[in-house]
Write a new protein. Sequence first.
Length: 761
Amino acid sequence: MSDTSLPGRIAFIGGYSPRQCGIATFTHDLCEAVGAAVPAAQCYAGAVNDRVEGYKYPLRVRFEILEKDLDSYRRAADFLNFNNADVLCVQHEFGIFGGPAGSHVLALLKEVRMPVVTTLHTVLRDPNPAQMMVMKELILRSDRLVVMAQKGAEILRDTYAVPDSKIDVILHGIPDIPFTDSRLSKAQFGVEGRIVLLTFGLLGPGKGIEYAIEALPEIVKTHPNVVYLILGATHPHLVAREGERYRLSLERLAEERGVKEHVIFYNRFVSLDDLSEFIGATDIYVTPYLNEAQITSGTLAYVFGAGKAVVSTPYWHAQELLADNRGILVPFRNPAAIAAGVCEFLDHPERLEKTRHDAYQMGREMIWPAVAQRYVESFQRARIDRRAQPRTAFAGWTLASRPYELPPLRLDHIVRMSDGTGIFQHALFNVPNFHEGYCTDDNARAFILCNLLEELGNEPHVEKLNDLATTYLAFLAAALNRGTGRFRNFMSHGRQWLEVAGSEDSHGRAMWALGSGTGRSRNEGRRRLSAQLFDNAVNGIETFTSPRSWAFALLGVHDYLREFPTNGQALALRVVLTKQLVQRWKDCATENWPWFEEIASYDNARLSQALILSGRWMPDPEALEIGLKSLRWLASIQRTQAGHFRPIGSEGFYVRDGARADFDQQPVEAQAMVSACLEAFRVTKDVSWSREAKRAFEWFLGRNDLGLPLYDHSNGGCSDGLHRDRVNENQGAESSLAFHLSLAEMNHAESPTAHPFASHR
């Protein structure tokens, strides 16, 4: 292979030391090894941070990526492109990148212009849908894929249809530790004269260490001088969630089994030099891992390559590395088998010694200089084979130019919930509940969704909803009592109205929908009928007492003014309702309670959103400031320390000087927050508001207190709420529409061709 294909600038992305995780150590070691193998090349790294403050990185780290910040991945792509990296080597593990199944990394890979070589530290045989999507994109956007075992290559072929020509099998790199007698290293640890069993790495329940401790009583019966050294800190993410519970459970188990004198815990993330010393003092390495689907184990590679005997459960990497009697494999979760494996080595020293020599010999292929050379060859192949497509120049960092990864639009459930009358209120699981009938609130929401999608111009979905948009508007037309000028709300399945007049809020929401039809619909008939109904319903709204009805009506007024910007009645109503909301704020708000009422209850962000709109377009600086200040407070009390959105729960809401309710969390709260924050971003251009909108939107997708998605990707439905211990499995209209309205608004915000939400025609 010609030296002319050698890259001059090689970039690596992954965790990076001193972050305490196996990927970080691997990325650091690989970068250093390749730098030594190609001295003329510039080798540098981008570090993925799992905490905002980052780490004190060495000079090799030239840029940093915040794990959960999608925009930082795009900035990283810019850095790589502008610095003309010749090849990018990505260390991939689902858990180190943000987004569903680590999908944020795709934003980077979609924009980089250089060849990409991706090392797959995990290759799943049975991925879930999100993982499959990420893997397909990763494979598409990588020029070459590196796996560390033949099993990984087999899975890539069988599960993901990757051709052999795209795969490089390169063993896990290890330091070049000399083959030594363990007795020479034991004195410094105070274990001279003892037989040392070792397990090391970040501690967590998946390591199965409890089964090795359970095996100790049987081992020490015949080898009482055995000591089991458990080396490594508890995984930082586990510590953050539950402290040292796992380690303490292991300590209690050792005491209960009467082997506490035979167990040593060393709770540190050790340096490479220290690790070499610990490995030197080891006689037998034990890996009792619980999951077969582990394609790579750096700890196993380190110890095996140093020439140590290994007793291991048969996860994939161990099966391959310890084949042909290069170690002893034992069944999962079987202390007796672990004990038998250890005793087999201790009872037969000649087998122990032969196993050590065989392992060390194979380990010469795994030392970093050899592995680095294999990576350089992979980089060369990627550069020779690459047929780069030209990339367009980069635009500014705005929502309009950098689209956020959003789920695809799927309206099956909305269609299923609708009939010739309108959309049903409730569902039993994903089946419409005829018994509960219809309501104006939900048909208004559904009509707003149709108008947003129509404006966005997604033609297949517009066609699907075209007839339904007419149905929803017809429902609103029937709901308006022309004699009283008020909307009725609830209708039975038999098309009987169940009340003379609905709530003030439902009236305001109907006006919002009609304003939306007036200002956004491209269908002339629907647009004209919407305007007519709006005009008939506008009288008397200023006499309502519900601030939410004022806010909903204001949102409708602003949309109406897009079509009729000089309409005197609408302009006057905007002034009146804005003043009423501002006065409500002045009457109630304090420094510690910057809100419009004594209680923060439902659809809260709509109050802020209405004032932000009025403040922008009247203009009214005072209204704008109140809108932003109240929304800022609302965002602060609905953001957890972990960084996810937690809406005020409907189990009591949040009363001034009282404790806020955390459950039941309702989708309409997330939707209102998405809308208001996007409006705040449009006014201020402050990207913190776009982040708040994304935070609220991701609540639907599982970034919430339970880590469970409410949105059902299979049918387009959304669950009715988040309880303390579960998701409400019913997929009613309000909730499903809340998700799709949020998705439509996020798509509007990301689309460079969409009309600004509050711009006037």
